[in-house]
Design a protein around this ligand. Structure first.
Ligand code: GLU
Ligand code: MG
Length: 443
């Protein structure tokens, strides 16, 4: 009698696409050496998928062409079974999408980010250190507990403990698991890391969080809003810039808010291009229910010191324990949610900031007041503009901003416009409440 079979461990090559969905193909883990160099097959039109799982009809690729997913071995994530002892090992490797001859493919968001990070290195002499914070809704029990409470923490404690353990095993360096302001809302933060790995890490956080929820049979969503009355889920991107020797470059103790001149130009670039940038960082119709005043998200393009209504926030530094302000100093970009591709959104943000540095843009749009409480004249005087009110408006801003969109490869832009146009058509009949429910299921 032949012995009973056991399941083969699988490794998955993954790409996270333009809409922030991680997809890929798996092979027996002991064949990694074979797939390392040649990768696995991929289809160009996959990049034109909408979150509704419909390929945009007018995409540039149609039924033609073949690509490869080429693994970046340094990005491998391996997490053993957690709460479900029978769950197979989660083992995946981030990949770049390439042509079959190995050339870069124009619509790969991870390649776009890598290229931009190389520009920071080669042209500006800077390294990018970044971390994404994620908020999400988790139904770990029916009772609704007080915001930030120990009771809410205890309700999610088993999940949180497994999550921290799995993130650590996956090399993600988790920091905090905390109950948030909303009912059944939690947040997970992790340490910053250099370069493309920061965006990979955002995906690792999302996928490992989903994995633990799946193993525990819990409902989880990263969607920016999961119900009409729900508190919104944001993704906040913390960025600092270092010189090539690793010295922090955003900080200058001699300025009133601590922002160095490079930091001011970088922030000015981000704010200048922010209306167009929103097409990537707040990329679904639902995102605009979150980008509203008094949501602690962002509704105007401005920078504020420790101001949670500002799109860019100068984060606090602590002097306790003799800690260095320069080492901690970072800017937090708040106009983002988890319907965004971390690679695409981070690349777009870095492009905007680099243009600010290269063009030595002046930083005007600064306020420590709530931007919505200023009147039109006050905002105008400070150069504070409102963010787009809808995805359609954000896409128009992107189309109109040639100085910004010329940095994005045409195949990527064309695919993006096609799929977002399709997504708008697919969702136009949904009421605000239905949009929440719809995207809560997709993200
Ligand atoms: N939930 C808020 C958002 O949608 C953020 C709250 C906070 O500052 O942690 O961005
Ligand atoms: Mg939070």
């Amino acid at each position: 009698m032949s012995p009973r079979l056991t399941p083969l461990p699988m490794t998955t090559l993954v790409t996270t696409d333009l809409i922030g969905i991680t997809r890929g193909r798996s092979f027996p883990s002991d064949e990694l050496e074979h797939y390392q160099a040649v990768g696995c097959g991929w289809v160009p039109a996959n990049s034109a998928l909408t979150p509704q799982d419909i390929i945009a009809s007018s995409n540039p690729w149609g039924a033609y062409g073949d690509l490869r997913l080429i693994p970046d071995l340094s990005s491998r994530v391996t997490v053993g079974s957690g709460p479900d002892a029978n769950a197979p090992v989660l083992d995946f490797i981030h990949a770049d999408i390439r042509e079959t001859d190995g050339q870069a493919w124009g619509a790969c968001p991870r390649t776009l980010l890598r290229d931009e990070i190389e520009r920071y290195h080669d042209e500006l002499g800077l390294q990018v250190n970044a971390a994404f914070e994620h908020e999400f809704n988790l139904h770990a029990g029916v009772a609704e507990h007080a915001a930030f409470s120990l009771e809410a923490q205890r309700q999610g404690a088993e999940f949180g403990g497994w999550l921290l353990s799995a993130l650590r095993a996956g090399g993600v360096e988790p920091e905090m698991f905390l109950p948030e302001y909303g009912k059944h809302q939690y947040e997970i933060t992790c340490r910053p890391t250099l370069g493309v790995a920061a965006a990979d890490r955002a995906i690792n956080v999302r996928e490992i969080t989903r994995e633990i929820a799946r193993q525990m049979g819990l409902d989880l969503s990263f969607a920016p809003k999961t119900a009409a009355e729900a508190v919104c889920n944001g993704v906040h991107l913390h960025v600092s810039l270092l010189d090539l020797a690793g010295q922090p470059m955003l900080y200058d103790a001699g300025t009133s808010n601590g922002l160095s001149s490079i930091g001011q130009h970088w922030a000015a670039g981000v704010l200048h291009f922010l209306p167009a940038l929103c097409a990537f960082t707040a990329p679904t119709p639902l995102s605009y229910q979150r980008l509203q005043p008094h949501h602690w998200s962002a509704s105007y393009a401005c920078l504020g010191q420790q101001n949670r209504e500002a799109a860019l926030r100068i984060c606090p530094t602590v002097t306790l324990g003799g800690k260095s302000a320069a080492q901690q100093f970072n800017l937090e970009f708040r106009a983002m949610d988890a319907t965004a591709s971390p690679h695409l959104a981070m690349a777009a943000l870095l492009i905007a900031g680099r243009l600010g540095i290269e063009q030595r843009l002046a930083l005007n749009a600064v306020t420590d007041e709530i931007p919505d409480s200023l009147n039109d004249e006050q905002r105008k005087a400070r150069g504070i503009v409102a963010l787009p009110a809808s995805l359609a408006q954000a896409l128009d801003c992107l189309r109109d901003s040639a100085a910004f969109n010329e940095w994005l490869p045409k195949p990527l832009l064309d695919t993006y416009y096609a799929l977002k146009t399709e997504e708008l058509a697919l969702t136009e009949q949904l009421s605000p409440a239905d949009l929440c429910e719809h995207y809560a299921r997709l993200y």
